[in-house]
Design a protein around this ligand. Sequence first.
Ligand code: LLP
Length: 417
Amino acid sequence: MNFFNYKNGELFAEDVPVRDIASKIGTPVYIYSYNTLIRHFMAYTKAFNDIPHIICFALKANSNAAIINLLGKYGCGADVVSGGELFRALSAGISPQKIVYAGVGKTEEEIKYALKSKILMFNVESDNELLEIDRIAGKMKIKAPIALRINPDIDPQTHPYISTGLKKHKFGIPIEKALDSYRLANNLKNILIVGVHKHIGSQITDVAPYVDALKRILILIDSLITQGISIKYLDIGGGLGITYKEETPPLPSHLAKRILPLLSRHNLTLVLEPGRSIVGNAGILLTKVLYLKKAENKEFIIVDAGMNDLIRPSIYGAYHEIQPVVKANNDIITADIVGPICESGDFLAKDRRISQVKQGEYLAVMSAGAYGYAMSSNYNSRPRSAEVLVKDGDYTIIRQREKYKDLIKGEVVPDFI
Ligand code: LLP
């Protein structure tokens, strides 16, 4: 559910016509709905209300300070994967005790920063990382709280690039090796085992892979208990999918219904790391039609948002609904909707059926709130777009559009040139 709806044939974000935003702020522009964000976050809170839990928003999906602050105000924690994300979470006032830190390549600097910040736990992805955290914590004379990220070898049936829980992936510790790694952790002086972590992939549209993975993890937790290793936090990662086209992904309540009964024997605090399911359908990308162009057997709608603004269609072949901001009863055409970037891979949609649009009209690229701006770049020296947050009938810029001078910030022309 989201708050982007048509009223009298015109697209609104909550109570604001998105055309108003486009004409005042310009395009391309990301527009987020405050009430959608809260609704999605509350759906998790309500679903898992019956057991102790922490919802840690995966900052990688959207790391705008306003969004992290907003979710933080409602009690949300953060799943971070870099020093930069940790900085963002702390700057937004997220309690360190609600921050979990994953990622296969944490540097010494990042580990020190997280230890100093007293985060809830590191989600450790290898034995060597464990040894490194132990060494650094020893130097700092503190104990590092850790969970091991376990790779349960479960296929989440999603796009190969965003599937992470199979043996062949770089993530986590293979489940058959997990006991050995926990024993290693248990013998390290500066390590405090507090949890188990898993995350099997993203845009998962079925509960079954969660259930299968969880069953495997619970067997592991039981074995740990018999070895005298107690676990407080069970972090089941993120990954719930959203509707881009016709998918019918489970809601947080569906997930809770299936997994909570499995947890009844254990006294665990559940950690979840949703990203896309909170912010994905809470954001759209607004773009303007620059030109219409006909090639042989092909029509192109050339818009002012490119793969630098939204790269998902180019790299995953991802589908995003694209709708005219003002509906008209025009003929339906089939066109490629492409950006201004000098690459054939620069498209938002291929062979898309869409009503005939005119130069200067606005199009809304739907479900763009997750991994949209977060994955944007300056490719082709295009300033990054603005971001706007709408709440009821008001809106405000939450990130200024970049200017040309931002493009060369930090670049140095040395004297010898
Ligand atoms: N936790 C961990 C350890 C993760 O690696 C991820 C996402 C999440 C949580 C959040 O997953 P979500 O709830 O958003 O599915 N760029 C891709 C998605 C990459 C996901 C990476 N990891 C895309 O645009 O589809």
